[in-house]
Design a protein around this ligand. Structure first.
Ligand SMILES: [Zn+2]
Length: 294
């Protein structure tokens, strides 16, 4: 699933290319992906709007429109976005396969009146999603969708103290707490595993069993792991692709995530996998000891 670094990469790649453009058309190939409003209303409220800004909150992408409304996308398990200029379509026959997995195609242009698709600047934004779990919203109040999200781990609102407060009030495994979007927004399986490895903390340790020193360490490793993954344009372990279909490279730096049965680069011990609340957690049993649980 795309996590914070993947969604941030998509945002950074789309923003300079689409800011100021207008939505001139949208092909809704899987209208059931629209959570709100009804598809016909979604279409009419979107078309003609200028894109003022693109931002990210947790794993959500937010397209802020001139009407004051926001188009919100969540890529869920297998969603990705592909940006093409219209003249590139003829050059990419491989797109035919991709089209069978397309949820929506947004047509954007520098001019709202040029809706016949012949504009030289026309951009096509494909929302591709093989598993068909991705969602879209068009809303006036972003807080309706985003209101319950936790703190952004790369924002100034996140600190070792904030992390400590979150962990101290929960007895759940620290891995599950890091992935809880209502506590911290944007971290998922891969980056929780990596952050815990570098902090030397076993994923099954209870949140309230961590020492102050461990919390400080974990706070730093969360930020380092996320920032390094953004610099490497996200991790393409599965369906995630950048907006030009190239793969990200963060997976090449993974120490434990998706490395079950392989040797730890630090100590040579085999990386193990354990299920925590239905999700896999990868860890090194030597570098991440469990015994400090209370
Ligand atoms: Zn190790």
């Amino acid at each position: 699933m795309p996590e914070l670094p993947e969604v941030e990469t998509i945002k950074e790649e789309l923003l300079p290319r689409l800011k100021g453009y207008c939505f001139i058309n949208v092909d809704l190939l899987r209208p059931e992906a629209i959570s709100e409003p009804l598809p016909a209303e979604f279409y009419h409220r979107l078309i003609g709007q200028r894109l003022k800004d693109i931002s990210r909150r947790g794993k959500y992408l937010l397209f802020r429109l001139s009407s004051g409304e926001t188009l919100i996308l969540h890529l869920k398990m297998t969603g990705s976005l592909l940006l093409l200029q219209s003249h590139q379509l003829k050059l990419k026959p491989a797109l035919n396969t991709l089209l069978s997995h397309t949820t929506a195609i947004f047509h954007l242009d520098t001019c709202t009146c040029n809706s016949n698709g012949k504009g030289e600047n026309k951009q096509l934004l494909y929302f591709c999603d093989p598993r068909k779990l991705g969602k879209m919203w068009l809303v006036t109040e972003e807080s309706k969708i985003m209101g319950k999200l936790g703190v952004e781990p790369l924002s100034s609102g996140f600190s070792a103290q904030v992390l400590g407060t979150i962990l101290a009030s929960h007895r759940a495994p620290v891995k599950a707490l890091l992935c809880d979007q209502h506590l911290i927004a944007g971290i998922g399986n891969m980056y929780a595993d990596e952050s815990l490895f570098f902090a030397g903390i076993h994923p099954l340790r209870k949140g309230n069993s961590l020492s102050g020193e461990e919390i400080n360490h974990l706070y730093i490793t969360i930020q380092t792991v996320l920032n390094q993954a953004i610099n490497r344009k996200g991790a393409s372990t599965d369906n995630y692709r950048r907006t030009n279909r190239e793969k990200g490279e963060a997976q090449f730096a993974f120490q434990v995530a998706h490395r079950g049965g392989k040797r730890c680069y630090f100590c040579g011990t085999f990386i193990e996998r354990v299920k925590i609340r239905g999700r896999s957690a990868y860890f090194c049993p030597y570098c991440q000891k469990e015994e400090r649980n209370i």
